[in-house]
Structure formats: structure tokens, C-alpha cells
Write a protein that binds this ligand. Structure first.
Ligand SMILES: Cc1cc2nc3c(=O)[nH]c(=O)nc-3n(C[C@H](O)[C@H](O)[C@H](O)COP(=O)(O)OP(=O)(O)OC[C@H]3O[C@@H](n4cnc5c(N)ncnc54)[C@H](O)[C@@H]3O)c2cc1C
Ligand code: FES
Length: 278
């Protein structure tokens, strides 16, 4: 029989706090960043997520995309009912927040490559600021469908101009930056001089970078998704391989990603049935 251990910090992290939105930024056509007073008693690790409750609608997982001592930020792409309603919220509106939840990225000193695609850049933004803070030499590759779907461009370009990161932006149609995918660029840059490769984005991107990192024997961590309901390791709906994404992830290292095996190949729907991705 397995024993489910509940400690005080877990109770605290799963207490839903009602917070007021203080600022919204329209990032692109369908993506908005929402900022609220930081309700957490502990400092989140980049890659950790929050369960955001939209009263009367749903509770969904979102990565922490911004954090300072006073303000918490999330970035949401409108893809369905809950996310579209979140995208329509204005300063003064209230939502519920649980967190910080799950396991985040490991900060490794030296040289890092950060690869993101689409709204997967959300947790990487907070990670990038942490890497800069601890003096990691950070190379950022972000890929988007087209210019209309780019996120955090101005902010990343400012960091690049200030010499705090090296930056490469790619769009699939070439309407901004290189006409390429994030994978195309990352595969050209990736060599043995990197001490860590961080990835978040479409599973196809994660799977292909994983193959490269195995070939070159480079350490890698990726944030993956699972269909979340409870967000606390109880319901089992977010299972991937032998792991629960909400409890054991969402960030997994190279060996665990290999063990999970199904990355980019299949995923579980809300009903629990398996859906092929290829
Ligand atoms: C750890 C984690 C971090 C995430 N971070 C972000 C983020 O920073 N920004 C962002 O825009 N999105 C993020 N997502 C995805 C986001 O949770 C889903 O887009 C959202 O739940 C969709 O809800 P919906 O009602 O708008 O759409 P629906 O119509 O319900 O679903 C649209 C798509 O989202 C998936 N989805 C729906 N509900 C969930 C759920 N509870 N858990 C996981 N996937 C779901 C469905 O499989 C479907 O593919 C994250 C997901 C996870 C697991
Ligand atoms: S969401 Fe319930 S176990 Fe992960």
C-alpha cells in the first residue's frame, strides 16, 4: 500500500489564494501576460507552475513566466474556453492561484543553451533572468510560427543589446529573424561546450533536441505537459511513462525523458485515452 505524505509546505502550496490582476500585456494576437501580487510564501524555481482557477470555468496549469519579490506573472495563449477567458481578463479582475508546484529547472553554471518554441517560451523567460543573475553564459533560441505569434521579442532583444544573452529568433515563414525552426538553429549551435540545454515547446522540438543531446552526450532538461486535473499527484491524469507530470515534473532530465519514451509520439486526452502525435 502506498502512503500519501502531506506536509505543511504542501498544504500551503495547494491553498488557493484569490488575487487581483494588476497588469495585462498583450504579447501577440492570441497571447497575454497577466501580472498579480506575488501570493507565494516560497520563492518559485524557474520551470515550476501554478494552477490558475477561473471562477465558474475551470482550473488549469500555467507556467510561471515572471517573478520578482512583489509580482507574479503568467503568459497564456488562448486555445480553448479557459485560456480564452483568461486572455480577456483586465486589471482589477480576480482569479485563484495555487503554487508554486512541481519540479523546476536545475541552474547549472557555465554555458547554457535555452531553446523555446511558441508559448513554450513562457517558463524559459523566468529561467533566463535567473541564469543571467547567477552569471551563466546564456544562448537563447526562440522559434515561432510567424511574426504575428512572437512573444517577448522586445524584452529579449533588449537583453541581447545589453550583452546579457546571445539571441537568435526564428520564424517558420521568415517574417521575423531567420527563416527556420528553433530546432534548425539549435542543431547548428549545439556543441560540447554547453553545460546544460533547456527546452520547452512543442513535443516534436523536445524529442528532436533530446536525440541531439544523446548523440552529443550533453545534459538536458525539458518542461513537458500532461493533462492536469488535481495538480497534486492524486488523480493520475497527468501520467507520462512512470511519472506524474504535476509531481515529478513538469521539468525532466535527459534520462527521465528517455525513460518516458513517448515524448513527441503520443499523449493522453482528458478522458485518459491515448492520442498519437505523429
Ligand atoms: C505544466 C504545464 C504548464 C503549462 N504552461 C502554460 C503556459 O505557460 N501558457 C499557456 O498558454 N499554456 C500552458 N499550458 C497549457 C494549458 O494548461 C492548456 O492550454 C490549458 O489547460 C487549455 O485549457 P482550455 O480550457 O483553454 O482549452 P481546452 O479546450 O480544454 O484544451 C485545449 C488544449 O489544451 C490541453 N489541455 C486542456 N486542459 C488541460 C489541462 N488541465 N492540463 C494540460 N493540458 C490541458 C488539451 O489537451 C488541448 O490540447 C501548460 C500546461 C502544463 C501541463
Ligand atoms: S494532475 Fe492529478 S496526478 Fe497530476
Amino acid at each position: 500500500m502506498s502512503v500519501y505524505h502531506i506536509d505543511r509546505s504542501m498544504l500551503d502550496r495547494h491553498r488557493r489564494r484569490i488575487v487581483r490582476i494588476v497588469r495585462r500585456v498583450d504579447e501577440c494576437l492570441d497571447t497575454v501576460s497577466l501580472y498579480m501580487h506575488n501570493p507565494f510564501s516560497s520563492d518559485p524555481i524557474p520551470g515550476q507552475f501554478t494552477m490558475i482557477w477561473i471562477p465558474g470555468v475551470d482550473e488549469i496549469p500555467l507556467s510561471i513566466s515572471y517573478m520578482d519579490s512583489c509580482i507574479l506573472g503568467v503568459t497564456v495563449r488562448g486555445v480553448g474556453e479557459a485560456t480564452r477567458i483568461l486572455c480577456s481578463l483586465q486589471p482589477g479582475d480576480t482569479i485563484g492561484v495555487r503554487g508554486p508546484l512541481g519540479r523546476g529547472f536545475t541552474i547549472v553554471k557555465g554555458r547554457s543553451l535555452v531553446v523555446g518554441g511558441g508559448v513554450g517560451v513562457a517558463p524559459l523567460r523566468y529561467l533566463i533572468y535567473r541564469l543571467i543573475d547567477v552569471g551563466v553564459d546564456t544562448y537563447v533560441v526562440f522559434g515561432f510560427r510567424d511574426k504575428l505569434h512572437t512573444i517577448y521579442l522586445e524584452e529579449m532583444e533588449k537583453l541581447s543589446v545589453e550583452g546579457r544573452i546571445k539571441l537568435c529568433i526564428a520564424t517558420e515563414d521568415g517574417s521575423y529573424g531567420f527563416k527556420a525552426t528553433a530546432y534548425d538553429i539549435a542543431s547548428r549551435i549545439l556543441d560540447e561546450s554547453f553545460d546544460m540545454v533547456y527546452v520547452c515547446g512543442p513535443e516534436e522540438l523536445i524529442r528532436r533536441i533530446l536525440v541531439l543531446c544523446v548523440e552529443k552526450d550533453l545534459p538536458m532538461e525539458a518542461s513537458i505537459e500532461g493533462y492536469m486535473k488535481c495538480g497534486m499527484g492524486v488523480c493520475g491524469s497527468c501520467v507520462r511513462g512512470a511519472y506524474l507530470v504535476c509531481r515529478d515534473g513538469p521539468v525532466f532530465d535527459r534520462d527521465k525523458l528517455l525513460e518516458i519514451g513517448e515524448i513527441g509520439l503520443r499523449r493522453r486526452r482528458a478522458s485518459g485515452t491515448i492520442e498519437p502525435l505523429l
